[in-house]
Design a protein around this ligand. Sequence first.
Ligand code: ASP
Length: 583
Amino acid sequence: MYRTHTCGELRIEHAGTQVALSGWVQRSRQFGGMTFIDLRDRYGITQLVFNMETDPDLCKQANDLGREYVIQVKGSVRERSNKNPNLPTGDIEIETTELNVLNKSDVPPFTIEAETDGGDDLRMRYRYLDLRRPSVQQNIILRHRLAQEARKFLCDNNFLEIETPFLIKSTPEGARDFVVPSRMNAGQFYALPQSPQTFKQLLMVSGYDRYFQIVRCFRDEDLRADRQPEFTQIDCEMSFVDQDDVLNMFENLLKHLFKFVMGKDLGDVERMSYADAMRLYGIDKPDTRFGMTFTELNDLAQNKGFKIFDAAELVVGICAEGCAGYSRKQLNALTDWVKRPQIGAKGLVYVKYNEDGSFKSSVDKFYNQEDLKAWADKMGAKPGDLLLVLSGATEKVRKQLGQLRLHMGSELGLRKADEFKALWVLNFPLLEWDEDSERWFACHHPFTRPQKGFEQIENWGDIKADAYDLVLNGNEIAGGSIRIHERDLQEKVFDLLGMSKEESESKFGFLMGAFEYGAPPHGGIAFGFDRLCAIFGGAESIRDFIAFPKNNSGRDTMIDAPSPIDDEQYTELHIQPGAELVE
Ligand code: ASP
């Protein structure tokens, strides 16, 4: 028997018990004729003691152990004289009587402890060692628990876990597909799914009523920091539901995860229209842990001689509570911040609402004290506050102020890591215009249901969809929609998207065909599971919550992928390096 207990299990009650433990040598210290070894496994750390006086051979053997050796020990549990209150096993130690080296280890390239000296690249190359670090293990364990609790909740609510294929048909929409050449069908390719969207809808047509899957999805997008070419969704679909049914079900899922994984009550999940989110927060995934909502000032700020405001489509500001004391230097820094190319504002107008009730602004030339008082009143400001105002084209300026709001929220410590606020953003537009390709795209995806009466709407940008996003602390954690379940409506939407009849038939004929055989009304959602894990873990990067992630260039440097294939494989797959297909 390798072990009777794990390294995280023994307590003072076990004193006197004979035990066997197995694990990795985390650290060893020698003093006063004694050797102390921290033995580590997934469950914790237990201290082993070897005594030079009573058992010199064994102690010498222990002194020869290197970091990360895998060993088995036997001995008896005893109370420690020098207790470690930071360790669950800190009251005891093992008086070792037998030591077996199960395997040696080279000196690891970085220290395998919570704080490591290994840089990103090194840790990625030796991911299997990085994964030994207790902090990383906690992340992977958290992921497991979230997955199990999600399964439990969905299962208890009658959802069936059903797998859908990974080798499917390429229908790029939104992102690029990863494609896989077919050896048996020369010149033909599978694609890896960007999501199981069409299959889960087909399962509704097949009468499965409630489906879920914790599923890998693949998108060949240009890599941005913290985006993975393969990622995991909790993918769900339900039949005979309207939007409220879906929202209620999945806010309950989120509440369940909070309660059973984090031991927290999430509280109410607010609901807000996309239009309000943009008008009040300048972003479709507002961080509602703090207020600082936008106030539009066109009526008060225009026609007073300030040309920049007069020429602007929108003059809009936020009130930073208690910031009237900002120094010139701080205000300059804020101005520089909004002028950075990533934000792109031309300038920043500030108004200090001084404690004595007077105003001092960067536009005193154009506005008198009463004017500024009117701004402050409209913004709900009080003495001591600072108003920050931007102007320009509506969409742009909202985005810029949205960024500034988040920046101020962080500066003022209003985005607290241990506070959680979720909200639904509803009534998204169905379509968005893409300047580059000069065509309409589906905001969510082409299977999203347009709201009633859309045919009468002249400006296609104003058509709304039954689509929703679930936002947590400013992160989109889930998105979904009520779907189209009728062939003619689906054809109409493909038509709006500029798809010819032939194209839509060849890409999605199977789905529209299925709609002709009694497709029930249905809708669903998918959670970004990696992001959800990161948020629950209080971390920024999703990479830390994926056992074997890709780096920022989409590479796995441990196994060295992607990598070239043999000439023979090329031939078998009917393709040639850098050339056209060979028949
Ligand atoms: N398939 C969608 C996505 O991946 C989610 C959904 O509509 O259920 O974004």
